[in-house]
Design a protein around this ligand. Structure first.
Ligand code: HEC
Length: 283
């Protein structure tokens, strides 16, 4: 009985202790420290280069690729989309402001009035609808081209997601965090299993990247997405989330669903302070 009480008590105490000290700020510190200790030679911003930060050979191949990167033409297409007026004569600048370099660093963010996490893609389509234009698809094509341009213009600026001290915003953050650490799918694996505990290891020939730095370079050009029938290679962060859910044989959520928006809120916040280096090239 005494033993049992001690057990219960220590469990209870442990729970209160973590609740008292754990908020977004403490989460971020622990998260970053984990990767810094695991990969002591890597500079903070280099985590944004994913697998290429972890393997010297892959890095060389990637640096070659970066000399004439396949995403360049999509950055140009994105610029054209940004500059082309809508039928009503206005353009994206009427929604986002004239300075294209200032757009991407504002996302994702908490919208207090709407009570939800707002993403860049969400606001792109909101702008189109408000101007009587047809919205873009969510995962690839024009939305990714415009995202590539806005990411390119914002290169060098730091991710800086703000989690306001508002219970609903904190709840969205907590939901994103829970999603990230929850085991799912027939394989019963969490995002964290692959991208926090096993980065640097290989899964079906692919080197697992660190979760730290993953959101810095989206949208990406992915060689796999440039294969016949899959599109032109460009894809958004939510397209990738869906792919990673499918990998563990879990049903993916819809791009821009509440689940993925909250995940993006948590996931991007964890990389605060890293430089935006979008668009990226990936295998
Ligand atoms: C079974 C292991 C596995 C799980 C679980 C998994 N992923 Fe992945 N993920 C991969 C592999 C493999 C890649 C491609 C190599 C890389 O960049 O890590 C990848 C790539 C990514 C990328 C692209 C990284 C980049 O730099 O372009 C993101 C973002 C990502 N995963 C997020 C997630 C999220 C969020 C979850 C949970 C919903 C998740 N992954 C679950 C294996 C996994």
């Amino acid at each position: 009985m005494k033993k049992m009480l001690t057990l219960l008590l220590s469990a209870g105490l442990a729970a209160t202790a973590t609740q008292a000290i754990s908020g977004p700020k403490e989460d971020l510190e622990k998260f970053r420290t984990h990767f810094e200790q695991r990969f002591p030679g890597i500079q903070l911003d280099d985590f944004g280069n994913g697998p290429y930060a972890l393997d010297a050979n892959k890095r060389l191949q990637w640096e070659d690729m970066e000399e004439f990167p396949p995403y360049d033409v999509y950055v140009d297409k994105g610029r054209e989309i940004w500059e082309t007026p809508f039928k009503n004569g206005k353009s994206f600048a009427s929604c986002f402001g004239k300075d294209a370099s200032k757009v991407r660093p504002k996302y994702p963010h908490w919208d207090k009035a709407a009570g939800k996490v707002v993403t860049l893609e969400g606001d792109i389509n909101k702008c189109l609808k408000a101007n009587g234009e047809k919205p873009f698809g969510w995962k690839k094509g024009k939305i990714a081209h415009l995202g590539a341009y806005l990411g390119y213009e914002a290169r060098g600026k730091k991710l800086n997601v703000v989690i306001p001290n508002d219970p609903k915003a904190l709840q969205a953050y907590e939901e994103g965090k829970r999603f990230f650490y929850a085991k799912r799918g027939q394989l019963n694996v969490a995002c964290a299993d692959c991208h926090v505990y096993y980065p640097g290891q290989r899964v079906r020939g692919q080197l697992l990247s660190t979760a730290l730095g993953q959101p810095t370079h989206f949208p990406v050009f992915r060689a796999k997405w440039a294969k016949k029938g899959k599109g032109d290679g460009m894809g958004t962060l939510h397209r990738r989330y869906g792919g990673c859910n499918k990998q563990v044989r879990a049903r993916p959520f819809k791009a821009q669903s509440k689940e993925y928006r909250n995940l993006e809120f948590f996931h991007t916040y964890m990389s605060n302070g890293l430089e935006i280096n979008a668009p990226g090239y990936r295998e």
